[in-house]
Design a protein around this ligand. Structure first.
Ligand code: ACO
Length: 342
């Protein structure tokens, strides 16, 4: 710090004390395309089998977007469901943040399109890209806006059509992914010191661009020669996934003065059942406290956590007052965790 800046800070008037704000979970919603593609159907055109896919990944089927479905249309449907669950109106919303790697267009952002589709006429809207960690990143960004009092009600949406960036001849990748969207509504509420300790306690984000080449899409709209296909070194991703996600869950608990024993639920990114099981064991959680959707949804990237959360809350498995830990790792590499008291 320069001497000038130090002097300036020392002479600054004390900021008025204001009660802190926290992001509360007001509602969740999900959307899955009608078309279901089973492992057996895939095995008709691909050198694979239901037995191999189930044993290595836990996936039994995935949903595939219809020709007219897009990240926008699915994200808007999930957002409407979240608003309905919260009993909120579009007019309440002042921020729309979308995590996606498969936008309809380079711009406008999917978030801006969804804002319009929902009839929201104020606030701001933008997309962010962090692959399968996108929802955790978007939660963190929305939480920061709410804590800074720049938004009171933020829609956070993960929406993906990975079926359009897959090589359907590559059995090592195409069996792993599905399409869908999930959304949460975060609303500003009383923060630290409030009588109830609800809301987003913390988020922790990480990235290591040096590992960008183990999971990537080899093109984009900015390259006329290549629209882009997903490429992955599955073993390397697997190796990093458990280690990095376990680290970021441990740092989240430590930062909040909590331990594994305080966690009621794990709502993990759904990439592979073996990774999910390993994370559950690391947290000493019995399998019935781990939310699993990968068997039916496969990996829906940024949509997987909000879809799983919406399903577990709608089924009243997760109850008010319980502590939920969410974690993800994806292309970038990016990874992160979020701690949420329902
Ligand atoms: N059906 C049948 N055989 C297959 C298939 C398939 N669908 N896919 C691969 N195989 C074969 C391979 O060719 C290989 O055969 P070989 O031994 O004759 O060479 C054999 O199965 C073993 O392949 P591995 O890659 O070693 O299998 P592994 O047990 O590692 O499982 C998997 C592969 C499922 C991809 C695993 O590595 C994994 O889940 N990795 C993590 C993936 C992940 O988390 N991705 C996150 C995406 S995040 C994002 O941002 C998009």
């Amino acid at each position: 710090m320069t001497d000038d800046l130090g002097a300036l800070l020392a002479s600054a008037p004390t900021l008025p004390r204001t009660p802190s704000v926290r992001s509360l979970l007001a509602g969740t919603g999900g959307y899955l395309p009608e078309r279901v593609l089973t492992n057996d159907e895939l095995a008709r055109t691909l050198d694979t089998s239901d037995a191999w896919i189930v044993e290595r990944t836990g996936i039994r089927q995935r949903h595939i977007a219809g020709p007219h479905e897009t990240a926008c249309s699915m994200g808007a449907a999930a957002a409407r469901a979240a608003l309905g669950a919260a009993g909120a109106a579009p007019a309440d919303i002042d921020a729309v943040i979308v995590a996606t790697s498969t936008p309809d267009q380079a711009f406008p952002a999917v978030a801006a399109r969804i804002q319009h589709a929902l009839g929201i006429q104020r606030g701001f809207a933008f997309d962010l890209s962090a692959a399968c960690s996108g929802f955790i990143y978007a939660l963190a960004v929305a939480d920061a806006f709410i804590r800074l009092r720049q938004a009171r009600h933020a829609l956070v949406i993960g929406t993906e059509v990975y079926s359009r960036i897959l090589d359907w001849q590559d059995r090592a990748t195409c069996v792993l992914f599905g399409d869908g969207a999930g959304a949460v509504l975060l609303s500003a509420g009383p923060g630290t010191g409030a009588s109830t300790d609800r809301g987003l306690l913390s988020t922790h984000l990480h990235a290591d661009g040096a590992l960008g080449d183990i999971l990537y899409v080899d093109g984009a709209v900015g390259r006329r020669d290549r629209p882009g296909t997903l490429m992955m070194n599955g073993r390397e991703v697997f190796r990093h996934a458990v280690a990095r996600m376990a680290e970021t869950v441990d740092e989240a608990l430590a930062d909040n003065g909590l331990t594994h024993a305080d966690v009621d639920w794990l709502v993990p990114h759904q990439a592979n059942l073996r990774i999910i099981d390993a994370m559950g064991r690391r947290l000493h959680l019995p399998p019935e406290r781990v939310v699993v959707t990968i068997d039916r949804h496969a990996n829906t990237s940024a949509a997987s956590i909000p879809l799983a959360l919406a399903e577990a809350l709608a089924g009243q498995r997760i109850r008010p007052g319980q502590l939920v830990v969410m974690e993800a790792l994806g292309g970038g590499l990016t990874w992160g965790s979020a701690l949420l008291r329902i």
